[in-house]
Design a protein around this ligand. Structure first.
Ligand code: TXA
Ligand code: MG
Length: 539
């Protein structure tokens, strides 16, 4: 079959020509605001069967029926509940599909054997014009070969459907780029089966309670029945094996650096592009899900065009339209993920009780990187010792050239200037050791906590996905340090005076934990840490 690519702006009779084909039971690819659709008369069994054939679609995966005006819904469903009217008023024409019990007019092949039918009123002027001109409700799945990414450009629909349909109508690039939101009103509570152009938040504003089917972000569980048959099938998958990286931007770049190989591409946000060490395809901006949804399917096709073997994708946020982007991306990856184990920063003033909090993190499976310990170890390093004796005098060394810690502390903590001198020598060495240790753990998928008094001052918080500061009243801290270090109150207060204020820590930290060490507080700390753990626990 010869396939024409027609543009109504140039080819004057396109709409009438397409309507004619549809009335005769033929197929036409039409543009919609979501993706291109492969349309046929929804009430004509043979026409509908030819849709399944052209796409290579399993016959139990039902089609969406497209209408041009609200009244057209009545003959297609058993009844139109108030909720459906409210949704239609708010979101039609537009990227929302509503599922209702079907009328007898809908053939079984259109509804994939189900007793419900999916109805949508698209907003694209060409789609609406074709439906109107044909006078038919049009069944139209996305115009791609089953399993591949949906087409959001006429060329892609043409590539997939060439030789299978007489006409593809070019209506430009699709505005939304991913398919409509599918909501069922045939369930007890309205439930989103597929997220799309209308967000869950928007639906809740109109309906109140709205559920989101578990299979939206998770693979369908074994033996579970699919609320929507589309959930069962491999979807949106290019030939390239996509894997989704779930972690920070820094971790993502690090992963690419340490795993790069021939044929590996990055599927990343525009803002990250200039930091990526492998060939890349971008899909929108980090915090703008509409730019992502518009690009995602094209980007997946471009990976194939570039001959990518594997692609590691940056993971979008799940808010608003981001849920639809995640749903398509996760499915295109067959739910293959790389999880980044979290690196958490822990800090606070002397005596605030960081060690106790670190112990609770350890109980929860975190490995603790103790920067004080690393600081002691780096002073064993000959280079560091040499620099220190140059700065503070040879008497900071013992006769056998070991560090006299007490002496160094005395000198280094005597003034802010001296403390700075000490820091300039030891901080870079500590930093390097700490960062290496944290990255090594994260790469082995082991969550860790960097216990660092100078977390913010050294910029170590930069590699952490979360920073936690521990606080305690000054008198509590004082008593703890006097006891721990066996020093006078005066000496202790002097140390405190050259440390940043509590406010400095609490202003910089993501989470504040007060630790006066009474039982209630410890229980509260345990709860908080458990929550942090759950936050990052992979499924
Ligand atoms: O944006 C869209 O909705 C596009 C454009 C062309 O309108 N169409 C589209 O159709 O995405 P399709 O066939 O690719 O996806 C329809 C989805 C499938 O996952 C199918 O399983 C589900 O809707 N669906 C259709 N009827 C259903 C029903 N009665 N019950 C549950 N799920 C249904
Ligand atoms: Mg589809």
């Amino acid at each position: 079959m010869n396939t024409l690519l027609l543009d109504p702006k140039k080819d004057k009779n396109t709409i009438e020509y397409a309507a004619d084909i549809l009335k005769k039971g033929g197929l036409v690819v039409i543009p919609t605001e979501t993706v291109y659709g492969l349309a046929a008369d929804a009430l004509n069994e043979n026409a509908v069967k030819s849709i399944y054939e052209a796409k290579g679609r399993p016959s139990d995966n039902p089609l969406i029926v497209h209408i041009a005006q609200f009244e057209d819904i009545f003959p297609l469903v058993k009844s139109v509940p108030d909720n459906a009217k409210k949704l239609a008023e708010s979101f039609w024409p537009g990227p929302l599909t509503i599922i209702l019990p079907k009328s007898d007019k809908i053939p079984h092949c259109t509804s994939g054997g189900l007793d419900t039918v999916a109805i949508r009123m698209p907003s694209h002027p060409i789609a609406r014009a074709v439906i109107k001109a044909s006078g038919l409700p049009l069944a139209a799945p996305s115009a791609n070969i089953s399993g591949f990414p949906s087409p959001s450009k006429a060329e892609y629909a043409f590539d997939d459907m060439q030789g299978r349909v007489p006409v593809v109508i070019d209506g430009g690039d699709c505005e939304v780029g991913v398919e409509s939101t599918v909501i069922t009103l045939a369930a007890e509570t309205p439930t989103v089966l597929r997220p799309g152009g209308i967000t869950v938040e928007q639906l809740k504003e109109v309906l109140g309670e709205v559920l989101v089917d578990d299979a939206v972000l998770n693979p369908l569980k074994k033996d579970a029945s699919a609320a929507s048959p589309g959930m069962k099938y491999k979807h949106y998958s290019p030939k390239t094996q996509v894997t989704v990286y779930r972690g920070t931007e820094k971790g993502y770049i690090r992963y690419l650096l340490s795993h790069k190989q021939d044929g590996m591409f990055s599927l990343c946000f525009e803002e990250t592009a200039d930091k990526i060490p492998v060939p890349l395809i971008t899909y929108g901006k980090k915090d703008e899900p509409l730019t992502q949804s518009r690009r995602l399917f094209d980007a997946l096709r471009e990976l194939d065009e570039h001959g990518a073997i594997t692609a590691i994708a940056q993971c979008p946020s799940q808010n608003g339209l981001g849920l639809a982007v995640c749903n398509r991306l996760f499915r295109s990856a067959g739910f293959k993920f790389i999880y980044e184990a979290p690196i958490i920063g822990l800090t606070g003033q002397s005596g605030a009780g960081k060690s106790t909090v670190a112990e609770i993190f350890a109980e929860n499976g975190f490995t603790i990187i103790d920067c004080d310990k690393i600081a002691r170890e780096v002073t064993d390093d000959a280079e560091v010792l040499k620099s220190l004796s140059e700065q503070f005098g040879a008497d900071i060394l013992t006769e056998d050239f070991k560090l006299n810690r007490r002496k160094l502390a005395e000198k280094a903590f005597s003034s802010a200037e001296n403390t700075n001198k000490l820091n300039a020598v030891v901080h870079p060495a500590i930093l390097k050791k700490t960062v290496n240790a944290a990255y090594a753990l994260s790469e082995d998928n082991i969550p860790c906590v960097i216990d660092a008094p100078l977390l913010f001052q050294c910029g170590l918080d930069e590699i952490c996905c979360l920073s936690v500061c521990v606080t305690a009243d000054e008198n509590v801290r004082l008593a703890r340090i006097i006891k721990r270090d066996n020093i006078s109150a005066q000496e202790c207060l002097k140390r405190f005076s050259i440390q940043p204020t509590e406010k400095y820590y609490t202003d910089n930290a993501d989470i504040i934990i007060n630790n006066c060490a009474n039982n209630d507080i410890i229980a509260d700390v345990r709860c908080k840490i458990k929550r942090i753990k759950d936050l990052y626990e992979k499924k």
